[in-house]
Design a protein around this ligand. Structure first.
Ligand code: HSE
Length: 330
């Protein structure tokens, strides 16, 4: 890759894949070149703003034939996304994915495969969308011993609950979250807690260094909540959020996902819309808060592109080549 841009292929031209292409086309980064877009029924996906050099295809073999250095998997779900990721890694291509389900269930095996083939697998977008919580925990807090994670990990649920707090009904809020592209293809994943649970599994793995299977974590749905619950919560000076919790006590993991009363004094209660928040508790460093947009095309695509750039730069910090600005002291 030395001396030339890294070539990127995108698998899946939905909310995240198309946002990534849009950012690449707008930013015109000299070190990243979009070479291929793969989607089922690709003809209906074509857009005029992508350079004519980009190959559009619905055949996976043509993706590898387009010569990417990095394959971005933005299709989601366990299969066939898993098969594509395995094929890309086996062909020596690094993979960047936003696929929390795939990483929650198969992350360690896929990382081993990447290592075996001398390439990388990065998934910063899989947890909390645009919030850099994975690199933050993995690198920024590597020196601590994290024992607790309290988090809002699903943008759709947070969007629904923060709107219900303002008086909107559950169905209307869910419909809006779907139309804005926040919800999963099957929104059961969001409202019943499975999406947040997959993210909690990944965070527990990298933050608490505990391997847990998604099915081992109990989930409760938010779909039974009604306006009366928010009224009771208000009386207690609380609100309601979908909270994911994981805590290590004496080497044992306690973890749950579900709606909880959150005191107004807690930063978790301040999150609105698609905001996600992770509060990690460390033995030496105390509490650290990560927050920002956890769903939506552009924030998630930013996290994907940051992983692409990390691979392009060999894990080194990106050189800052800004233009000089006049400094005004007023
Ligand atoms: N459906 C997910 C959410 C998308 O609402 O958080 C981002 O992972």
């Amino acid at each position: 890759m030395a001396g030339r841009p890294v070539r990127v292929a995108i698998l899946g031209f939905g909310t995240v894949g198309s946002s990534l292409a849009r950012i690449l086309c707008e930013r015109k980064l000299p070190d990243v070149e979009l070479c291929c877009i793969f989607n089922r029924g690709v003809a209906r996906k074509r857009v005029p703003w992508v350079p004519s050099s980009v190959v559009w295809t619905e055949h996976f073999d043509e993706v590898l034939a387009a010569g990417p250095d990095i394959v971005v998997e933005a299709a989601g779900g366990l299969e066939p996304a898993g098969e594509w990721v395995r094929k890309a890694l086996a062909a020596g291509k690094s993979v960047v994915t936003a696929n929390k389900k795939l990483i929650a269930f198969h992350g360690p095996a896929l990382e081993a495969l990447a290592k075996h083939h001398g390439c990388q697998l990065l998934y910063g977008a899989a947890v909390a969308g645009g919030v850099p919580v994975i690199p933050g925990v993995q690198q920024g807090l590597a020196g601590d011993r994290i024992h607790t994670l309290r988090a809002i990990l699903n943008g759709t649920c947070n969007f629904i609950l923060s709107n219900m707090e303002e008086g909107m009904g559950f169905d209307a809020a869910l419909k809006q979250a779907q139309s804005l592209g926040y919800a999963e293809a099957d929104p059961t994943e969001d409202v019943d807690g499975f999406d947040a649970r997959a993210k909690l599994v990944i965070l527990s793995r990298i933050g608490l260094r505990i391997e847990v299977q998604p099915e081992e974590i109990a989930c409760r749905t938010i779909r039974d909540l009604a306006a009366i619950d928010f009224a009771y919560a208000r009386d207690l000076d609380c609100t309601i959020r979908q909270i994911s919790r994981a805590e290590v006590r004496n080497g044992e993991l306690f973890a749950t996902v579900g709606p909880m009363l959150v005191p107004r004094s807690s930063p978790l209660s301040w999150s609105r819309g698609t905001e996600n928040m992770v509060i990690s508790g460390g033995q030496y460093g105390g509490e650290t808060v990560f927050s920002g947009h956890g769903a939506g095309g552009h924030p998630t695509a930013v996290a994907v592109l940051s992983d692409v750039l990390a691979i392009a730069h060999g894990g080194c910090l990106v050189a800052i080549t800004g233009t000089r600005a006049k400094v005004d002291s007023d």
